[in-house]
Structure formats: structure tokens, C-alpha cells
Design a binder for this molecule. Structure first.
Ligand code: NI
Length: 155
């Protein structure tokens, strides 16, 4: 595994639509493991492929330490309710903002073996998945957030 550079806001790469992964190959698995390692080093809860310069529809999420999801060609099939909470992004360092997200979602995606799985998430888990999913369509949380601020300024 290897640490990859995180693309920062302002770079057009983060504003593009990503293309589907046509086949889950060893190279895709390697990129996903690199993404996990990079995300953990930067202390994030998720990272999407365009954040490491790979324009493919895939992300890694770890909403809670040790609980890792690899999502390839994810599709959100259901969403309901709403919640608001604070989010940050490895591509927008030093800021947080308040975002409205669905309270509950269903999402299907291929795993690292290329098998389709369906998941149900709610609360923070749903927020993480929606945030990472947005990256695949060139959307950043700051497009949707209110009260964007430095976390230190809250005291
Ligand atoms: Ni992000």
C-alpha cells in the first residue's frame, strides 16, 4: 500500500463526473487500499477516488474506526428523512460546515471481489456515504453547507 496525494479544492479534478469501473481488477483493489491508507493518515472518515486523482466511481468509507466499506459503482437506491450535522473534507482542509443529508439511505455497490451488495445506513454513516457519493459527481460538501467555519472558532 502507498500514501497518495490528496487533491485540494480549487483543482478542477474535483468538479468532474467520474466514470464507472468496468471491472474490479487487482489495480482497482490496489487503488482502494491506497485510498484507505491515505484516508487513515489524514484522519478522515471517507475518501473518494477523485480525491486521489482517479476519475472512477468508487470510494472508501470508515464511519467508525475498523468498520470499512469499499464501494465501487455505488448507487443510492432509497433515501428518507433528513438530518443536519457538521462535515469536513480532506480536500477542504481546516474547515467544517453544516449540511443537510437524508437520515437513512440504501446503497448498492460492488465490493472488492466485484460482488454486488446492498447496505442500509442511517445517521452519521448515511452522512459519510452521501458525502463520498457526491464526490463522484463533482460535488463538494461546501456547495451544500451553511456556516462554513474553522472548527477552532466554535469556542
Ligand atoms: Ni470529501
Amino acid at each position: 500500500m502507498a500514501i497518495r496525494n490528496v487533491v485540494l479544492e480549487g483543482d478542477e479534478i474535483l468538479r468532474k463526473h467520474c466514470r464507472e469501473v468496468s471491472e474490479v481488477t487487482d489495480r482497482i483493489r490496489e487503488i482502494m487500499e491506497d485510498m484507505l491508507e491515505t484516508m487513515r493518515k489524514e484522519v478522515g472518515a471517507g475518501i473518494a477516488a477523485p480525491q486521489v486523482g482517479i476519475m472512477r466511481r468508487m470510494f472508501v468509507a470508515e464511519p467508525e474506526p475498523g468498520r470499512v466499506y469499499y464501494m465501487i459503482n455505488p448507487v443510492i437506491t432509497e433515501q428518507e428523512g433528513s438530518q443536519t450535522g457538521d462535515e469536513g473534507c480532506l480536500s477542504v482542509p481546516g474547515l467544517i460546515g453544516t449540511v443537510e443529508r437524508p437520515q437513512r439511505i440504501k446503497i448498492k455497490a460492488l465490493d472488492l471481489d466485484g460482488k454486488e451488495k446492498e447496505y442500509e445506513f442511517e445517521g452519521w454513516d448515511a452522512t459519510v456515504m452521501c458525502h463520498e457519493y457526491d464526490h463522484l459527481d463533482g460535488i463538494l460538501y461546501i456547495d451544500k453547507a451553511t456556516n462554513i467555519r474553522e472548527p477552532e472558532s466554535e469556542e
